[in-house]
Design a protein around this ligand. Structure first.
Ligand code: ITT
Length: 211
């Protein structure tokens, strides 16, 4: 059974459209989000931690809103900014910007304890040298967890920050406009067809079908 690791029911709703054959279920596990400028290392660390916790194949979903005029902020800090400032305030601050272009990014990290053959998708192999130097390890040892390979699948969608519109979706969806509509104005299937998560999930689903 594949476990989709997230505390966010909105993500699960979207992911279910790609993984509908009953072989996936949500794992409501709050993995440690390390500080990093990019989503990849956060998803990779999270996938290792979740795999050690669950003992079965896991898919971690790390996403963020990158605002051009803020040099990509909040990016990997999007959850913290949503909790502290809130989505409306982010729009108000961005309203002063000349450049309101933004992008959503999503990185999925898959780990099942096995290695992966080379492919165009990035694989985070962790710090093997550090793990080897640390000598024999136990399951709880962070060095041993570092050596677990994680396969990464990335999705990206461009758009711009607008005043909130729409009741659907979650998080920053009401203030993110793509092709004239906010993500909160789209239903789940339409959002998935163009979204960062939809694109990452489509790549993952194709690869996973052969695994
Ligand atoms: P998990 O880490 O448990 O999966 P989370 O909601 O904290 O749940 P992220 O750290 O990946 O997940 O999310 C970062 C922020 O970006 C958070 O505030 C989300 O609400 C928001 N977000 C992620 N995907 C989004 C999407 O498709 N549409 C709107 N906001 C999104």
């Amino acid at each position: 059974m594949l476990r989709y690791v997230t505390t966010n029911p909105g993500k699960v709703r979207e992911a279910e459209r790609y993984l509908t054959d009953g072989s996936v279920s949500q794992l409501d596990f709050d993995y440690t989000e390390v500080q990093a400028d990019e989503l990849g290392p956060i998803a990779a660390r999270g996938a290792r931690e979740a795999y050690r916790h669950a003992g079965e194949p896991v898919l971690v979903d790390d996403a963020g809103l990158f605002i051009e005029g803020f040099d990509g902020f909040p990016g990997p800090y999007s959850a913290y900014v949503e909790e502290t400032l809130g989505v409306e305030r982010v729009h108000e601050i961005a309203a002063d910007l000349d450049d309101r272009r933004a992008a959503f990014r999503c990185t999925l990290g898959y780990c099942d304890g096995e290695a992966f053959a080379a492919s165009p998708d990035p694989v985070d192999r962790g710090d093997r040298d550090a793990a080897a130097a640390a000598g024999p390890t136990t399951d709880d040892d962070p060095a041993s967890a570092e050596a677990l390979p994680v396969k990464l699948f990335e999705g990206y969608v461009p758009g711009r920050i607008v005043a909130p519109r729409g009741d659907g979706g979650f998080g920053y969806d009401p203030i993110f406009e793509h092709d004239g509509e906010t993500f909160a104005e789209m239903d789940t299937d339409r959002k998935n067809a163009v979204s960062h998560r939809g694109r990452a999930l489509a790549k993952f689903a194709e690869w996973y079908a052969d695994r």
